[in-house]
Structure formats: C-alpha cells, structure tokens
Design a protein. Structure first.
Length: 271
C-alpha cells in the first residue's frame, strides 16, 4: 500500500535517518546523550549534516547544552530557520537545532500545555522547520512515554522506515524498570531499537581516574542481552561533562543570516 504524503513527509524527504532518544526516567542523561550523539555524528565526517530536535517541551535543555541559550527562531518564506550550532562565516553550517526553548520570551519561562497543544507544536517542528538535507535527525524526547512520544510516532508514520530509537538508562533497578517500559513502548509502536546506553555507570575519580560503582553497574548490558537489543555502551559519571554541558556559553550568533530570506523573529507562535 502506498504511503500517503503529508506536510511532515514532504518536509523530511531529504532526512536519511531519524533517531528518537528516550528514557524511562528523567535525569538519567537523555538530553546529554542526545547532544553528544548529535555532536559525534557531526564530527563523524566533514560533510555530515545533523539536526537535533528538542521535543522535551516542558524541560528543554538542548539549547543550553549546545551553548545556544538566548537565540530566537526566525521565519523565512520557506518555514522556520533552525539555529545552527556551528554557524561560521566560512563554510556551510551542518548542525541544526530546534527547541521550544528558542520560542520562549524569557529563559526560565515554562510551557504549561495540554496534550493537543503539545501535539500541534511537535507537528509544526516536523513540518515547518527548514531542516533541509540531513544525514541524521536526533530527537530528544521527554522522560517516559507521554503525549509527545505518541505525537512523534503519529506524525512520523509516513517516514517510518527511517525511524529508530536509542534508550538511555542508569544502572539502578528503578531506572532499568522504567527503561523496560520504554522498550515495551517501542515494541508496541513497531519502532526499531538501535540499542541501549547505560549512563552514569560508575564514577571516575578526577584525582586518580579510578572508577567507583556508585549506583552499581552492568544492569543495562544485562537488560540488553536479556531483551535481545544491542548494548551500545556505558558512560561513567564525569564531572567535566557536567561542567561543560551546564556551563556551555551562548555563542550568540543568531540564525545563519546568509540562509534567511526575509526574516522576522517568531516569538508568538500560533499553535
Ligand atoms: P535527562 O535528559 O535524562 O533529564 P540530562 O541529560 O538533562 O538528563 O542530565 C541531567 C544532569 O546530569 C545534567 O546536569 C547533566 O549534565 C548531568 N549528566 C548527565 N550525564 C552525565 C554523566 N555521564 N556524568 C556526569 N553528569 C552527567
């Protein structure tokens, strides 16, 4: 049966892979992993084009982690222009970012929306943002399996063959239990799982480099083996990572001016 074209599938027709990053619990490092995944894919080749979409609508942290706090989204005749994390005078930018954080009037403003409004915002992110040609679009989602996940799956159905998920967990039993719920969700919606990442797996002593298992370790690998999904690796607690991600400074470069047609700042967005 032919897949029906939609505004989302038209907009994403030049996006090769869409990777949805999810976790059962908040605070396990899902946004940190999303950002590091996007940066690694960006660094994987001098021509790799990567997008990162933050649909953690009530707790957007991707702009801060990429040093893009304070940027606004601009409207062109062809849709919203993402903010580029690697905008430079020389060369085409290759790391595009979109987040509700760019639409808030003030840093610290909160988004208090019911499901239908969240759904409309996510549809707009997928259909109205000028993503252009991308090798990878990494999607950071809220913790758990919520309205946002269902909206994503619904709107991305026409491009389902290009979708996959990465599940992030920490080693504690409670986190693993919630990661299991996340895995059940991916199965229920037929979303292929690229693999599981165990974050905060041990603590690296900044003085001697020795690893201590603060929350135990190995539960993620064990769960992946039991459930037949790939284990992508573990990341220790690293105090440098906190410093780098939490203190990322805004480069304040604005959207890539060269790429805008007639631009006007989008602050009042009609969803
Ligand atoms: P989530 O998206 O799951 O809510 P975040 O990615 O926002 O979690 O991470 C929560 C906090 O933990 C952030 O301050 C982040 O810098 C920190 N963090 C995440 N992973 C690590 C790690 N491996 N080592 C040290 N700090 C980490």
């Amino acid at each position: 049966m032919a897949v029906q074209e939609t505004p989302v599938s038209r907009r994403l027709k030049s996006v090769r892979h869409i990777i949805i990053v999810c976790s059962g619990k908040g605070g396990v490092g899902k946004s940190s992993v999303s950002v590091q995944l996007a940066l690694s894919l960006h660094a994987s080749s001098p021509t790799a084009r990567v997008g990162i979409l933050d649909v953690d609508l009530t707790g957007p942290s991707v702009p801060r982690m990429l040093g893009l706090d304070g940027h606004g989204v601009h409207q062109s005749s062809d849709g919203w222009v993402p903010v580029y994390a690697d905008a430079r005078a020389d060369g085409e930018p290759r790391l595009a970012c979109m987040s509700v954080g760019f639409l808030l009037k003030k840093k610290g403003d909160s988004v208090v929306w019911r499901g239908p409004k969240k759904n409309a915002m996510i549809r707009q992110f997928l259909s109205d943002v000028r993503w252009g040609e991308l090798d990878y679009l990494v999607v950071d989602t809220p913790p758990g399996t919520s309205d946002e996940h269902l909206s994503l799956i619904e709107h991305l159905a026409p491009v389902q063959s290009r979708l996959s998920a990465v599940i992030v967990t920490t080693p504690q039993a409670v986190a693993l239990l919630d990661a299991m719920k996340c895995l059940s969700f991916t199965r229920a919606v037929a979303l292929p799982v690229l693999g599981l990442i165990e974050n905060m797996s041990g603590y690296v002593c900044p003085c001697c480099g020795e690893i201590s298992n603060v929350f135990s370790t190995g539960g993620g690998a064990e769960m992946a083996r039991r459930e037949g999904v790939p284990f992508l690796g573990s990341m220790p607690i690293d105090t440098d990572l906190v410093t780098l991600l939490d203190a990322a400074e805004s480069t304040d470069q604005g959207a890539t001016d060269g790429q805008q047609d007639e631009v006007s700042e989008v602050r009042s967005f009609g969803v």
